[in-house]
Design a binder for this molecule. Structure first.
Ligand SMILES: C[S@@+](CC[C@H](N)C(=O)[O-])C[C@H]1O[C@@H](n2cnc3c(N)ncnc32)[C@H](O)[C@@H]1O
Length: 204
């Protein structure tokens, strides 16, 4: 199982804050591209992936949206229809359905709760998960050792939260995907591709 933690300091924390213009809605468009890059293959949804969206924008931060879409069973009963065109509607509904004090499963495999980035990252570290922070100054992803069941963390257009990362020190390995600054979604595509290759080669 691979996991990705995406942090956005601007992404909205209430459904009503997602408007028609997605770029003006706390850059929720970047989170949507992140979901697509994390899960969508040609004609297939990845089942070996869990995505955590940590939203810290207005009006009621933080929100933790956990996505591991169910792909088996009847659509509308056991699973939802997830397409590139309805990701924003799914995220909006999840935000609307948040209930204080609960980790709520809004659709099969889609949960929402009030939890911040640092708390989540610390939890994953306590579980013994190997954590890799995507950072252009880190070790090259082509040569770094990646342990089983890795967790990769990355940020939105404003990057990862420096203060929180400092507090996570020593609990993660910084990893670079190359010499340029890529979109969050492009970064995920490269990470997924690297992990796919290592799995095939038996290096993971
Ligand atoms: C558009 S970039 C953010 C740019 C932002 N100005 C910053 O300084 O972090 C989105 C995320 O992709 C990841 N990223 C982008 N390029 C990368 C690279 N070359 N190596 C590793 N991660 C990268 C980082 O985690 C970054 O937070």
């Amino acid at each position: 199982m691979r996991e990705i933690v995406y942090y956005s300091r601007t992404a909205p924390t209430a459904g009503s804050y997602i408007k028609e213009n997605l770029q003006d809605s706390g850059r929720i468009d970047i989170a949507i591209h992140t979901v697509i890059a994390a899960f969508f293959l040609s004609h297939k949804i990845r089942t070996d992936m869990k995505l955590h969206l940590c939203f810290a924008g207005p009006p009621t931060p933080p929100r933790h949206l956990e996505l591991m879409p169910v792909t088996e069973g009847k659509t509308g009963i056991d699973k939802i229809y997830l397409a590139k065109t309805n990701v924003s509607a799914v995220l909006k509904k999840m935000l609307y359905k948040h209930k204080e004090g609960e980790k709520r499963e809004v659709f099969p495999g889609f949960w929402i709760e009030k939890k911040g980035f640092l708390e989540l990252a610390n939890e994953l570290a306590r579980e013994g998960r190997p954590i890799y922070a995507l950072d252009p100054n880190g070790e090259d992803i082509r040569t770094v050792e990646i342990k089983e069941n890795p967790v990769f963390i990355l940020g939105d257009h404003k990057g990862l939260p420096g203060k929180e990362l400092k507090r996570l020190k020593k609990l993660y390995t910084p990893v670079s995907i190359g010499p340029k600054t890529y979109f969050a979604s492009q970064t995920i595509a490269i990470v997924n591709n690297e992990l796919d290759r290592r799995e095939v080669e038996g290096r993971l």
